[in-house]
Design a protein around this ligand. Sequence first.
Ligand code: 5GP
Ligand code: 5GP
Length: 229
Amino acid sequence: MESTKSANLMIIKLLIIQCLAFVCIAQDFDFFYFVQQWPGSYCDSKQSCCYPSTGKPASDFGVHGLWPNYKDGSYPSNCDPDAPFDPSKISDLRSNMQKEWPTLACPSGNGLEFWGHEWTKHGTCSESVLDQHDYFATTLSLKNQVNLLQTLENAGIHPDGGSYSLQSIKSAIEQGTGFTPFIECNVDSSGNSQLYQVYMCVDTSGSNLIACPVFPHGKCGSQIEFPTF
Ligand code: 5GP
Ligand code: 5GP
C-alpha cells in the first residue's frame, strides 16, 4: 500500500518536471522573417523618404527587421513592456547598424527610433532566444550572410530602373541562397510595381536560413521595376 503511494507520488513528480521542462523549452514563435528593403523603392513611392542624419546610405539593400512569426502566418508583437529599447546595449554595433540598417523615414533620424521600434514590436517577442544585444548582432550577421544585391547582379539583375520578371528575381535569389524568398512590391509615383522588400526565413536560433513555413500575402506584377538609388 505504502509503496503504491510512493510510486504514484514519483509519477506525479516526474510529470511535473516534464511539464516544467516543456514550458522552458517551448518557443514562443516558430521562425523568423528576415526582411530587407530596397532604399530606391522606399524613396520612390508616395511616402517619399529622408536620408539619415549620418548621410545617404549605400546603394544596397538595408535591413528592415527580424520578425518572429508563427507557422499559421500570424505573429506576436510588442511582447515585453518591461524591456524598453536601450541604445547603450548596442554601442559596439552602432556603426555597423548605421551602414546595414539605415532609416529612411522622415524626418531624418539617426536610426535609434527605427531600431527601437523594431526591438519593441518584434525583438521583444524572441527574448527567449536573443537578448537585445544578440537580437541586433544576429540580424547584422544575417545581413552579412545574405548578399542580395550581389546575388541579383550575378544574375544580370541591376538597380538600373529597368523592368525584370518577378520569376527571374526569385530564381536568382533561390540560386544564390538556396531558398525561395518572398518578394514584396510597392508602387512608384507613376504607378509601376517595383521591388520593395525581400523576405527570407530563418530558424528560431536566428542563425540558419530555412525554407519558409508560410509566405506572407501580397502580389507583385509579373514584371517589376528595380529602381536606382
Ligand atoms: P504592412 O502592413 O506594411 O505589410 O506591415 C506593417 C508592419 O507589420 C511591418 O513592418 C511589420 O512590422 C508587421 N508585419 C507585417 N506583416 C508581417 C508578418 O508577416 N510577420 C510579422 N512578424 N510582422 C509583419
Ligand atoms: P513596421 O512597418 O516595421 O511596423 O514599422 C516601421 C516603422 O519604422 C514605421 O513607423 C516607419 O515610419 C519607421 N521607419 C523608420 N525608418 C524606416 C525605414 O527605413 N523603413 C521602414 N519601412 N520603416 C521605417
